[in-house]
Design a protein around this ligand. Sequence first.
Ligand code: NAP
Length: 270
Amino acid sequence: MTAIYGIIGWPLGHTLSPALHNWGFSRLSIDARYETFPLEPEGLPAFMDRVRTGEIRGLSVTIPHKRAVMARLDRITDRARRVGAVNTLFWDGDALCGENTDVIGVVAPLGRLPSLPGSALILGAGGAARAAVAGLLELGVADVAVANRTRAKAEGLAADFSVRVVDWAARMDESPGLICNTTPLGMSGANRDRSPWDADRFPEGCAAYDIVYNPLETRFLRDAAAAGCAVISGLEMFLHQGLAQFRLWTGRDMDEAGARALLLDALGGR
Ligand code: NAP
């Protein structure tokens, strides 16, 4: 019988996840299908009853369910517990488990840098910032700091992870080895031509990581590359969180280069 996977979220706008996973199933001749399940918050309990029947073999979870779903699972990984959010449901035997592969998605592309940065500054303090902080600490980055427009939110995140807070207005006085943008500045739409960092303030030798992937090359990354920084686009995070989900569900690895080409194609970057 065809195994069913999918994504829950509300509102569930356009997502690249179905294209990625269905491509992986097809390439590896796995009899499975990945569907979209738009799900309002009130619908979560009934939907989870359906998941419990075993009909659905794995799920991606997005806003607003990432926290709420945790109370409905048998087991949560230490990583997801640290972040306080689950983005992936998978079965381990009869146990319904939750993982946070956004953390894996943040960390994996950093392996391409010539060396591990000694310090990192995270811009933003929302859900993606939590995954970024957790990932950088997992990697062993010694000095992690957070700057956010609303300082109280940065303070909350910093207290949860024992990292430093930098005032948003003073962020460019820092000289981190890695600057990671998790704000929507630079995203297509009203924020498209905006960057969270001044073009002439990139520290010598720093790397710039933008988790925004639409457009593929944000103004932040363009400015950073022009300043001589190594750059990592948000496509890499998206790709690696998806590869990690696929591995949890199927025990198999999707072809990374092929999957990247598929996503680049979908985002018009090829
Ligand atoms: P979120 O929880 O809503 O957090 C957004 C953060 O950005 C908040 O800290 C907010 O600051 C800040 N922010 C918003 N507008 C700003 C502005 N004009 N100036 C300065 N700061 C601003 O969102 P999220 O879930 O963390 O997602 C953030 C971004 O990451 C989105 O663009 C999303 O598409 C992207 N993302 C990418 C991936 C991937 O796989 N590549 C995965 C997840 C998310 P305040 O606290 O002051 O409001």
